[in-house]
Design a binder for this molecule. Sequence first.
Ligand SMILES: Cc1ncc(COP(=O)(O)O)c(C=O)c1O
Length: 347
Amino acid sequence: MRSIDLRSDTVTLPTPEMREAISRAELGDDVFGEDPTTLELQTLSAQMMGKEAALLVPSGTMGNLVCTLTHCARGEEVILGDRSHTFLNEAGGMAALGGLHPRTVLNQPDGTIRLEDIESAIRGDNDHFPRTRLICLENTHNFCSGSPLPPEYTDAVVDLARRYRLLVHLDGSRIFNASVALGIDVKRLIRNVDSVTFCLSKGLSAPVGSVVCGSRKFIAETRRTRKVLGGGMRQCGIIAAAGIIALDRMIERIAEDHENAHRLAEGIKNIQGLSIDLEHIRTNIVYFNLADGRLSEEKFLTELGRRGIKFLRSGPSRFRMVTHYGISADDIDEVLRSLSEVLTNHL
Ligand SMILES: Cc1ncc(COP(=O)(O)O)c(C=O)c1O
């Protein structure tokens, strides 16, 4: 039985063109700065992001970690959303490896953090306090329905940061989803932030890799931090080759993932026993709730699993489905049929 895997857009497999590019990639030792394909990917990434320089890293987690560790010194404080991926799902790396102090502030359902909440979390100069150094945002915001952050909001956070001489890092793992959903060039979305991480291996379908971008000076430092973390990757042109195809060919088609997510969300809304808040679903991530206690979460997942449909539980009675390159509109219809069937049979 073919499975329909909606657990994440990280399950995407490389396209035939990526496999072909991987097999003929020109390679060298990137730790010596000699891998031509990696250098090409980094130049392309910096250009597309409108930043001076870029660095390939193995994962989004390492991208965020390399940036936070490069921006901050031990004992300094990082302000970030309480629903942010970096706080919830990156194994506490900034504290474990950098001695950084995460200060969480409430994320609103649209992925923003109120400016006044950020401002009141900024520390004054006092021997008792850690020093605030960095503010982190996430665009799109995974755990807040994949919401895209509008550029005016990011600009307002950067303005606030500048007033207090703070830095801003953006976890833009899905920044191209934000760009496509908002119809705004990615350069504009990240124009004023000090650093950004974006992922090749999510909606863009490359098998591995993320890229961090920032000033030339900052990226030179991140190279060093990446080395400390064991992230120097030698002939990583085989990764970069797929990344170049991802950036050249895979961005526009993300609109299809958003349409499929919308189709899925609309369908879920009409299924008795499920509930969904449609308001913030604008990209490829769909959260919904099992609204009837007669069907247990385990049974729900097992019954759908038996029909080849994979997705994640993301909290009590809450589930997540993510659309991507491997999912078609027909798959969505099949998922909706299966959801209806399971709910009808068990309620
Ligand atoms: C918003 C966000 N940031 C960072 C990451 C981490 O990326 P990776 O799995 O490549 O480490 C993820 C992973 O899903 C994510 O959703």
